[in-house]
Design a protein around this ligand. Structure first.
Ligand code: UTP
Length: 478
């Protein structure tokens, strides 16, 4: 009888021997595949996660919120912030861009289950007239900003094992949307196994483990592991503009935000929007034990979310919209932190419906959650960052994600928000165009990021445009 592969012994010792239950029935190629996947898993880490997050699912300790305070933030100048400081921030940010210190950084490894779109989310079409994909919108914003600042802007895109090939092919098929392909860098995030409620690893088939992306927080270690940080260092890049793949409104390259980050010598900075209403499902910027953090809506008791100041404003008003600036060496520090060290991102538990083998070896698709996935969140790095700064932004200028197929944060709301933005910019420059009571123009309008990727750049190009177009029919500005 052939000796058992050493990894199988390790799995048996760890109480996860069932992963190899069908090993002898597999072809050689399947066996290799299973062993490869099994070698990806850190069983010690998994044991700790299962014990702490699955077997003794920690009940929420509301006492831990006793020390909680709302986080301070820099208000916009029109809301009482110092116009002088905001102007200074723009100058500092522009200088950093002109010096080539800034790169764009997109996390695009998610599964997009809520949208239900078959393909990498970045390939989803979002604009009103030209039906540009999310990736194209970002590529054009980056290209236009690079032209304005006279410096190359590298773009780092995190993919997952599931969507890496398709994402890269999409860029190739579209000639990188006019970007130099050597300046677009893809890197894959890590994976974590799903477990059942007893902490046992789930199998996707007899020859594969149910593995899924390790969350957007996995981007920090993936950047380090892929060599991207060393590349940045060699190329004089020390500042990363982080955004998520589902939000085409984001100012991917925002000199003011970059400037605030640099002025404050911050290691990780964030944008906030005032929450629209108490129950709004966003994370909250808070201070806990003197550290900045984001407390998720599902973790913050509703009585806190409803608290108001004497002036009647929500106390926990600062909503997180997942837009950050990160310092390169801070990412390295977080990525390299040893397990057990204090500066390590915690995993979160997510109960999910996971298609997997049942105990008789049949593949089942459950109708209710049957297991747990583990995910890292990028905002969990905030408490470890020196001098973190939070600045206010207008939601309508930075945030309209495509999360759901319908309703809130859907393709429809996102398209409308883009058109509202176009109408607002035109009106601000004195144009008269008809909009409905919600600010939506009566004709479709799309502004190519190559024409204007923020109000500032739009204003410059619009003022030079002669003759000005009419707004009597659909309008695409490029
Ligand atoms: P979401 O939290 O919206 O998750 O990701 P999702 O996987 O895209 O969508 P659902 O929840 O399945 O519907 C927010 C951002 O984080 C990225 C996503 O690509 C998106 O840009 N992300 C998420 C990753 O890059 N990796 C992950 O493991 C999870």
């Amino acid at each position: 009888m052939a000796a058992l592969h050493p990894l199988i012994h390790v799995y048996r010792d760890a109480g996860q021997g069932h992963v190899f239950e069908y090993f002898d029935t597999l072809t050689e190629a399947e066996q290799r595949q299973l062993l490869l996947e099994a070698s990806e898993i850190d069983l010690e880490e998994l044991k700790v996660l299962s014990e702490t997050l699955v077997l003794q699912k920690k009940a929420l300790d509301t006492n831990s919120f006793e020390q909680l305070k709302p986080a301070p933030f820099e208000s916009l100048p029109q809301k009482g912030g110092s116009a002088k400081l905001w102007a200074l921030a723009r100058e500092v940010g522009e200088d950093a861009l002109k010096a080539g210190r800034v790169a764009a950084f997109t996390v695009a490894g998610g599964q997009g289950t809520r949208l239900g779109f078959d393909g990498p989310k970045g390939t989803f079409e979002v604009t009103a007239i030209k039906k540009k994909s999310l990736f194209q919108v970002f590529a054009e914003k980056i290209k236009a900003a690079a032209k304005d600042y006279g410096k190359v802007i590298h773009w780092f895109i995190m993919t997952s094992q599931q969507n890496d090939k398709q994402t890269i092919s999409f860029f190739q098929e579209h000639d990188y949307f006019g970007l130099d392909f050597e300046r677009v860098h893809f890197f894959k995030q890590g994976r974590m196994p799903a477990v059942n409620f007893e902490g046992k690893i789930l199998l996707e088939s007899k020859s594969s483990i149910a593995l899924s992306p390790d969350g957007h927080g996995g981007s920090l270690r993936a950047l380090e592991r892929s060599g991207a940080l060393n590349f940045m260092q060699k190329n004089g890049i020390d500042t990363l503009s982080y955004f998520q793949v589902d939000n085409p409104l984001v100012r991917c390259i925002d000199p003011v935000f970059i400037g605030w980050h640099l002025l404050r010598k911050s290691e990780m900075s964030s944008k906030m929007v005032p929450k629209a209403y108490a129950e709004e499902k966003v994370g909250h910027f808070c201070i806990q034990n003197d550290k900045l953090c984001v407390v998720e809506y599902s973790d913050l008791p509703m009585e806190f979310q409803k608290q108001r100041s004497e002036a009647g404003e929500l106390k926990y008003i600062a909503g997180s919209i997942a837009i950050h600036i990160l310092d390169r060496e801070f990412i390295r520090k977080m990525a390299k932190a040893d397990k057990g060290a204090l500066a390590v991102l915690p995993f979160h538990r997510a109960d999910k419906k996971i298609t997997c083998l049942d105990c008789s070896g049949n593949i089942v698709t459950p109708t209710k959650p049957n297991g747990v996935k583990f995910e890292l969140f990028v905002f969990d790095a905030l408490p470890f960052a020196a001098n973190p700064v939070v600045i206010e932004t207008e939601r309508s200028e930075d945030f309209s994600p495509v999360k759901n197929a319908e309703g809130l944060d859907s393709p429809k709301t996102c398209k409308e928000d883009q058109m509202r933005q176009a109408a607002r910019w035109l009106k601000e420059l004195g144009e008269t165009l008809q909009v409905d009571s919600a600010g939506l123009p009566l004709v479709n309008i799309e502004i190519s990021p190559l024409f204007g990727y923020d109000f500032f750049s739009f204003k410059k190009r619009w003022s030079k445009l002669k003759p000005k177009p009419s707004f009597s029919k659909d309008l695409y500005l490029t």
